[in-house]
Design a protein around this ligand. Structure first.
Ligand SMILES: [Fe+2]
Length: 368
């Protein structure tokens, strides 16, 4: 039987429109625990489907409308699941490429920013947790930390009547492949990075105190080393702070990627000083990080908090320097998969034909 499939982009659009459907995840529970599609249901049927057990999914019933989209890691076992459900007369299709392909799914949310004339759109890789930003003012736009196909930013900018003038990065990323260089090449935008000798392509270097204009608004460059030596935050109109992986909504950046034990410790001290600088900003500053550790719902709600809220939630921000350093170094999560190869590609400014193979899995840049 030929099993119909649905692409990541088509499923993404259905979820964004709120179309009733049940997403059925048939992966083993341990794989699902790492990352899943928001709102999906789980049936631990992987082994049973692989061995053609006739009872596999026999007691599954759709929970939202009639349509079912089956999902596994790479789109093979989910076909068996869809086939099984179709034999029962259900309208089931299989997600093409599985969770690996789903890592490119995205949605968006507008971020209110009182006091700034600019508008901020948060673009989220729902299937991976990477957050990027399109900031528009007076027909011009800046993109921060592009992690999606350049066409996505182009399309969203178009709907607002903005032209992308600048592509900015907060740092050399380790858990996704940067699309900033490709975006700049596609749109003719300037490519601006924190000044660093890590990358081997041409860019416009940014230093502490510099300003990047976007229409009638401005982004101020705050160098905040620690997560990486070049890590930088951008402050929009003194109201919203794009923090990259330096500060999250309830966690701080990890200081150990591509670093020896001694380097990690010295970076942790530097990170402490950078964070002290950030927490001294006005408490109503809107914090907009580059990652979230949860799958992103298709709910149009921005992932953001005020600095006041972030301070209240993040215990590490209240530690002394010595305790901050010792705590952060003992709580490091496992390193992101493939991070050496991802960093090497980001330093070279190149993209492989199929980025999803390297980018599979959750992001891991935070320490809570
Ligand atoms: Fe990072």
């Amino acid at each position: 039987m030929t099993v119909p499939t649905i692409s990541t982009e088509d499923l993404r659009e259905l979820l964004e429109r709120g179309t009733p459907l049940t997403v059925l995840d048939v992966r083993p529970a341990a794989e699902r625990a790492e990352w899943s599609i928001p709102g999906s249901v789980h049936a631990d049927a992987y082994e049973a489907l692989r061995r053609a057990d006739p009872t596999a999914l026999a007691d599954f019933h759709p929970t939202n409308g009639d349509r079912v989209v089956t999902v596994c890691a790479a789109g093979k076992t989910s076909r068996l699941a869809a086939e099984r459900l179709r034999a029962r007369g259900l309208d089931a299709v299989s997600l093409e490429g599985g969770m690996r392909a789903w890592s490119l799914a995205w949605n968006s949310a507008e971020v209110p920013c009182p006091g700034s004339t600019a508008r901020i759109v948060q673009l989220r890789r729902a299937g991976k947790g990477c957050l990027s930003y399109l900031i528009g003012s007076n027909g011009a736009a800046v993109v921060i930390d592009a992690s999606l196909d350049p066409q996505v930013y182009h399309r969203v900018a178009d709907t607002h009547g903005w032209r992308i003038r600048t592509a900015l990065e907060t740092h050399v990323h380790a858990d996704h492949l940067s699309r900033a260089r490709a975006l700049a090449a596609d749109t003719g935008a300037r490519l601006c990075l924190p000044a660093t000798d890590r990358v081997s392509f041409e860019y416009e270097p940014l230093n502490d105190g510099d300003t990047v204009r976007v229409g009638s608004s401005a982004l101020r460059v705050l160098r905040t080393p620690g997560h990486t030596p070049e890590s930088t935050c951008y402050l929009l109109d003194d109201r919203a702070l794009f923090t990259g992986d330096t500060l999250f909504l309830a966690a701080v950046g990890r200081p150990d990627l591509e670093a020896t034990t001694e380097q990690s410790e010295s970076r942790a001290h530097v990170l402490y000083a950078s964070l002290q600088r950030l927490v001294a900003l006005p408490p109503d500053t809107v914090i907009l990080p580059a990652h979230t550790s949860e799958p992103v719902a298709f709910d149009g709600r921005p992932i953001s908090a005020t600095l006041r809220q972030v301070r209240a939630r993040t215990l590490l921000l209240r530690e002394t320097e010595e305790r901050f350093v010792s705590q952060i170094l003992t709580r490091l999560p496992p390193t992101p998969p493939n991070h050496h190869r991802i960093v090497a590609l980001n330093e070279a400014g190149t993209l492989p034909d199929d980025p999803t193979e390297l980018e599979a899995g959750a992001n891991r840049c935070a320490v809570a």
